[in-house]
Design a protein around this ligand. Structure first.
Ligand SMILES: CC(C)(COP(=O)(O)OP(=O)(O)OC[C@H]1O[C@@H](n2cnc3c(N)ncnc32)[C@H](O)[C@@H]1O)[C@@H](O)C(=O)NCCC(=O)NCCS
Ligand SMILES: Nc1ncnc2c1ncn2[C@@H]1O[C@H](COP(=O)(O)OP(=O)(O)OP(=O)(O)O)[C@@H](O)[C@H]1O
Length: 200
């Protein structure tokens, strides 16, 4: 049996990665959503809550991790962020392996991984797809989010591989600086292209 083609989907903050991942899922492609896994493991009763409370006292409560408070603590202090990542990332990698086993028969899979380039995960996928939009659209989207500030946005951007580098290193770029319909068309065209390559 051939193994599934693994698409690594990534993009900087607010570029539309989650929206595009949902379009793949709608089209029937199984999606591993790294962020959703993190949220589940940090939520009420989640397996990471205890370790995070031990490392960042006061950052959790009855509902699990208070992500706003934890974000304020770690986005601004590289050593704290590294400490959090050391707790979270191995658990995400484990969940990704399980997902791979569960979906071993699918023709293609998407790994939605915000930090694909930052963590070198691009080596482990067959095709890297970057979602990208012009910087002014990205900024507008992100600043419209509740709790976001220009400072926090600038700081997170500084932690991420720049969009231009991501685009240069991508196998394919999906443009999200356009309508949702046009973006969906690009997703469907890519699935069709990859599916027909697979069949040949
Ligand atoms: C610090 C946390 C609790 C803040 O949560 P919050 O809901 O406020 O922000 P959110 O997760 O939506 O992140 C906002 C933006 O920052 C980016 N971001 C998140 N973690 C990181 C990181 N370690 N390095 C660079 N960018 C990051 C996200 O991709 C997104 O673009 C959360 O981001 C977290 O647990 N991060 C560590 C785990 C991680 O690395 N997740 C991202 C990849 S799976
Ligand atoms: N053509 C488009 N493609 C994708 N998203 C679009 C498009 N037009 C508008 N949007 C909007 O832009 C926003 C993108 O947010 P989304 O959560 O998908 O980004 P993200 O890259 O996953 O963010 P983060 O890295 O911060 O988690 C959504 O509100 C979406 O509806």
């Amino acid at each position: 049996m051939t193994r599934p083609l693994i698409i690594g989907l990534t993009g900087s903050i607010g570029m539309g990665k989650s929206t595009v991942a949902a379009m793949f899922a709608e089209a029937g492609v199984p999606v591993f959503d790294a962020d959703a896994e993190v949220r589940a493991m940090q939520g009420e009763g989640g397996e990471l809550v205890e370790a995070i409370e031990a490392a960042f006292p006061g950052s959790t409560g009855p509902d699990g991790v208070d992500r706003d408070a934890l974000g304020r603590a770690v986005f601004g202090d590289k050593s704290k962020l590294a400490r959090l990542e050391a707790i979270v990332h191995p658990a995400v990698a484990e969940r990704r392996q399980l997902f791979l086993l569960e979906n071993a028969g699918a023709p293609m899979l998407v790994f939605d991984i915000p930090l694909l380039f930052e963590r070198g995960g691009d080596e482990a996928v067959d095709l890297v797809v970057v979602v990208s939009a012009p910087a002014d659209i990205q900024r507008e989207r992100v600043l419209a989010r509740p709790g976001m500030t220009a400072e926090k946005f600038a700081h997170i951007l500084g932690l991420q591989v720049p969009d231009a580098d991501k685009r240069a290193r991508a196998d394919r770029v999906i443009d999200t600086g356009t309508t949702l319909d046009r973006t969906r068309q690009q997703v469907h065209a890519l699935i069709a292209e990859l599916g027909s390559n697979r069949a040949n």
